[in-house]
Design a protein around this ligand. Structure first.
Ligand SMILES: Cc1cc2nc3c(=O)[nH]c(=O)nc-3n(C[C@H](O)[C@H](O)[C@H](O)COP(=O)(O)OP(=O)(O)OC[C@H]3O[C@@H](n4cnc5c(N)ncnc54)[C@H](O)[C@@H]3O)c2cc1C
Length: 390
């Protein structure tokens, strides 16, 4: 067990993603020590996922609490808010260009750059790489024993599961597991798009492109390192991926099969697949039930995807992870009584997270419904009208 002084609680955070890092950093700012156990041998966030939009009322607030807001603004890409929507014929339904003189509240940052920013301020002794949690066990004295794959065992007063969708901490609190959302995505990368594929770079412009039709989608987004991250997405049964023969082992063949699946789509859209580098990552998208709650345990809680993983169609995942981290940290700082802090955090989080989970699920349904492009256009227009009236 890690040494703590008499009144000091030992707080163990499982997972060094955006949620876990933000929590440790805000607590560090207030002199509260923690330890993060991360399964990877080093920070792998550059290799995982693409550009994320950081919202004013959640992710940006957390960065303010972590003392990183100014540093964030220097690297945030406000122009990344450009958005265009097409159907499969290449007909454009929405063409939004971000106004750089009046930047919006959702600038973009690459996941790797965000984690680097958080790590730059975090005491490096806090994070232990190469510690994969295998099992967590509740003890009679209210503490929790943590068993790691490398044989290490720790005992903590408070364990925070920030270990993502397939959390090993969650089973301490609930029997509920994630379920398949109905969506399967293939992640592709068009590297150095501006130089290697100027036609696609010009088509994609500075931000995001969605093409939606026939219960399928091609989603492209320019990242800060010049790559276009692409998700070829399909609404299919969970088992479909096992039968279709598109895996990561043979990328050329996988790309050819993907092109077949989108064969009647406009050439400008198929270029997102055609030009992609030789790595194809298939992913099934999982979710927890909307409004998921667990049995309260004053020595264990969850933040981020471990608490409420949802499809990426509200663009909220990372924002919620950081908001949870902030709310939990502030509750711990406010209350000497740990049980009170956990209760306050969880009650508040259940409310805002369930609202976003519902929104994400509604957007997922709409984006893969019949007439998705006109339907999404109608929805976005109604948001804009409400926003302008407010
Ligand atoms: C395809 C896709 C696109 C997305 N796009 C967006 C978007 O545009 N906007 C947005 O806001 N969100 C998006 N998201 C969601 C976003 O990436 C997540 O919601 C966010 O990363 C959650 O942060 P987290 O810290 O809770 O968990 P994670 O980022 O999953 O981090 C969990 C960490 O825990 C570690 N870990 C896992 N298991 C263990 C273990 N047993 N022991 C120790 N460590 C462990 C992992 O290695 C990882 O470092 C997207 C997700 C996907 C899949």
């Amino acid at each position: 067990m890690t040494t703590t002084t008499k009144n000091q609680k030992h707080i163990a955070i499982i997972g060094g993603g955006p949620g876990g890092l933000t929590l440790a950093l805000i607590l560090q700012q207030h002199g509260i020590p923690t330890v993060i156990y991360e399964r990877e041998m080093a920070d792998k966030s550059h290799e995982r996922g693409g550009s994320l939009d950081i919202h004013e009322d959640s992710g940006q607030q957390a960065l303010k609490e972590a003392g990183l807001y100014e540093a964030f603004q220097k690297v945030a890409r406000y122009e990344g808010e450009d958005f265009r929507l097409f159907d499969k014929t290449g007909k454009c339904f929405i063409d939004e260009v971000a106004d750089e003189d009046a930047p919006g509240g959702r600038p973009e940052i690459d996941r790797g750059v965000l984690c680097e920013l958080l790590l730059s301020k975090l005491d490096s002794a806090i994070i232990r790489y190469g510690y994969k949690l295998n099992k967590a066990v509740s003890l009679a004295n209210g503490m929790t024993e943590l068993h790691f794959e490398n044989g290490f065992v720790d005992t903590a007063h408070l364990v925070v599961g920030a270990d993502g969708a397939f959390s090993r901490v969650r089973p301490l609190l609930s029997d509920t597991d994630v379920s398949y959302s109905g969506l399967t995505m293939f992640e592709l990368n068009v590297v150095d798009a501006a130089n290697r594929h100027p036609d696609l770079a010009a088509f994609n412009r500075r931000g995001k492109v969605f093409a939606l039709d026939d219960h399928k989608g091609i989603l492209g987004q320019l990242n800060g390192d010049g790559r276009i991250k692409v998700y070829a997405s399909l609404k299919v049964d969970r088992e479909w991926l096992d039968t279709i023969g598109i895996g990561s082992e043979n990328p050329q063949d996988a790309k050819a099969k993907l092109l077949e699946l989108f064969q009647d789509w406009d050439e400008s859209l198929k270029n997102y697949i055609r030009y992609a580098a030789e790595v194809v990552l298939p992913r099934r998208i999982y979710m927890l039930p909307i409004g998921f709650k667990w049995n309260r345990n004053p020595g264990v809680t969850l933040i981020g995807d471990a608490a409420h993983v949802m499809s990426p169609f509200a663009g909220e995942g990372v924002n919620l992870a950081m908001q949870d981290a902030m709310e939990l940290a502030l509750a711990i700082i406010r209350h000497d009584d740990q049980a009170k802090a956990i209760e306050e955090y969880e009650e508040k989080m259940y409310e805002y997270a369930s609202e976003k989970a519902r929104e994400s699920n509604d957007n997922l349904t709409l984006c893969f419904s019949d007439d998705a492009a006109p339907n999404l256009t109608e929805l976005m227009n109604s948001y804009h009208e409400q926003y302008n009236e407010a």
